[in-house]
Structures are given as C-alpha cells and as structure tokens.
Design a protein around this ligand. Structure first.
Ligand SMILES: [Zn+2]
Length: 315
C-alpha cells in the first residue's frame, strides 16, 4: 500500500532521497560502512535531482522500484534465504536508486536507431543502463558525493560489481538469458552462498521491481501503466518524425486497446515466468500473483481477450 505519489507530493519532489535515506539508516548501513551523512545527503540529492521529468522514467519510478526491492529483501525473506550481507544489501538498494538515473525518456532502441551521442559512446550496448551507471560512478569520483570514501578496496569493488551487474540486468534484451540461468539455478539443491548466485537472485528481484508494476494493486498499476503509455507515445511520435512509423505499442493512433494487448503479452511472457521463478525461491511473495491476475483480468474485461489470452500463473 506504499504510496509513492503521495510521498512525492509531501516531500516536494524528494521521495527518492527521503525513502533511501530512511531505509539506509533503518538498516544501519551508513554506520556499517562509516558513510558520512553530509556526503550521503549530497549524493542522494544529486541523484534524486538527476532524474529527468519524463512521464514514466523519473525519480518516482526509481522510488517505486526501491520500495518494492526493500520489501522483497525484508518481508519477502530474500536477505535470509540467500544470506545477504551488508555489501549485498547496500548494492541492491543503490542499484534500485540509480538504475534509470538521467534516463532521457526514449529507449535503447531509439538511441541505437538514431545513432545518438549515447549510443555511439556505448557502442550500442545497453546504452541507457551503461549511461546511468557511468554517470553515477563519475559523481562518486568527486569527494562531495563519494559515499564510498571510507570503504575498503574489496568492499568497494564488491558493491560496485553488484550494482553494475544488477543495473545491466534491467536491460530487457538480456531478460531470457538471465531468467533461464535463474531457473536452472533454482533446480539445484545447493544453498545460495556463492556471490555469483546471490547476484543472480538480486538481478531477478531488481528486474521484477523494475518491470513488475503489474504485480501491484490495480489502482497503482493503472497509474504507472498510464505514465508508461504517455512515454511510449512520446517516443512513437518522435519515431514517426524520423522513420515514418512507430515501434509496436508506441503509436498513439492505435490507442489503448493496442497498448492493453502489449501489456497482456508482457505480463504473460515476461512477468509471469519471472514472478513464478522468484516465488519458488521466496514463497512469501506468492501473494503478488493475485494482483497480477486481477490486472490481467482488468484489461481483458475492458478490451476482450482476442489476441490477448491472459497468463496462467502457477497455483
Ligand atoms: Zn526502471
């Protein structure tokens, strides 16, 4: 029931900063790593402010992802199940906060097709994910924002690698590869104590938080879906100007039925297998399946199931 929109209003646009500050201190992480409060505040302020006012990819989306992730870590039991240490916990919270930092509002494909500055800079590879990561770690090279100043070399490299792996994993191009690895690992009986395994589980949880608005209560899901639709159409308009046609589900002339169809496909083929896999690891998260089913039913009730059969979730 966490209300990001309300927090954003009462915090005057600083919901991301406030939530991260609260969570870090609640978990004792600044004390654990001896992070200076002033530097932490500087860092969170500049990250919060570095999100552009895009319809969807803005600081509220990052706040929403951060909240979802912390819920899975804590109430969902992930910290206990995979044996997360302080570095893991800090890394997954940081990855949530920075994962779309400075997102320009158009996706990787648009940047690659238009040979944008960022696409050329990152050789067409995970353009926006690399951009967010590089920008944030560049900030941390300045003492004013260097939250890692007191870290040991080993702790810094561990957190940095985890943050990089997790943020790069949010690129949907790699979705099937990551999910397949996760599903295979779930079939093995060994405990989740290896760092690579822990990172894989954390990647999947961040991916779900990022792509799983449809696992939220319907009122919240509609809010996020409407914003995503606006951002899609904005890109679709730009694509029409440059290429003459829009990407699938980004053409505003096709309207909501088409968008709804896209959402149903996304829920069925992307989110459902991911949440089912995560629930095998974290059975306490099974309750979100009811939201997913409700949200699928909502679109089907409004627009019918033609070409849009809803997903079947386990159990
Ligand atoms: Zn995101």
């Amino acid at each position: 029931d966490f209300d990001v929109i309300q927090l954003e209003k009462i915090s005057n646009g600083n919901a991301l900063l406030l939530l991260m500050w609260q969570l870090l201190h609640k978990c004792g992480l600044p004390n654990n790593f001896d992070i200076d409060d002033t530097v932490l505040l500087n860092f969170l302020q500049i990250v919060n402010g570095g999100y552009h006012p895009n319809p969807y990819h803005n600081s509220q989306h990052a706040t929403n992802v951060l909240h979802f992730v912390q819920y899975v870590v804590d109430t969902g039991g992930m910290a206990h199940t995979i044996g997360m240490d302080a570095c893991d916990h800090l890394a997954i919270l940081l990855a949530s906060v920075v994962h779309d930092y400075s997102h320009p509002g158009f996706n990787n494909k648009f940047h690659i097709r238009t040979s944008s500055y960022l696409a050329v800079l990152y050789n067409d590879m995970s353009v926006l994910e690399n951009h967010s990561l590089a920008q944030v770690f560049q900030l941390c090279r300045e003492p004013l924002y260097n939250i890692f100043a007191s870290f040991s070399e080993e702790a810094f490299q561990t957190v940095r690698k985890s943050v990089i792996d997790m943020v790069l994993a949010t690129n949907m191009e790699h979705h099937q590869h990551i999910l397949t690895r996760f599903q295979a690992r779930l079939g093995e009986p060994d405990p989740w104590c290896k760092k690579d395994d822990q990172r894989l589980a954390m990647e999947c949880v961040l991916k779900l938080a990022d792509a799983g608005d449809c696992c939220l209560p319907t009122r919240q899901y509609i809010h996020w879906a409407t914003l995503q639709e606006m951002e899609f159409y904005s890109q679709g308009d730009a694509e029409k100007k440059v290429f003459g046609t829009s990407s699938p589900f980004m053409d505003r002339l096709q309207g909501r039925p088409h968008f709804a169809h896209g959402q149903l496909c996304f829920m069925k083929y992307v989110v459902t297998p991911l949440i089912n896999a995560i629930c095998r690891l974290l059975p306490r998260m099974r309750f979100v399946l009811q939201y997913l089913e409700k949200n699928q039913k909502m679109w089907i009730d409004i627009y019918g199931s033609k070409r849009s059969a809803g997903a079947k979730v386990d159990g």
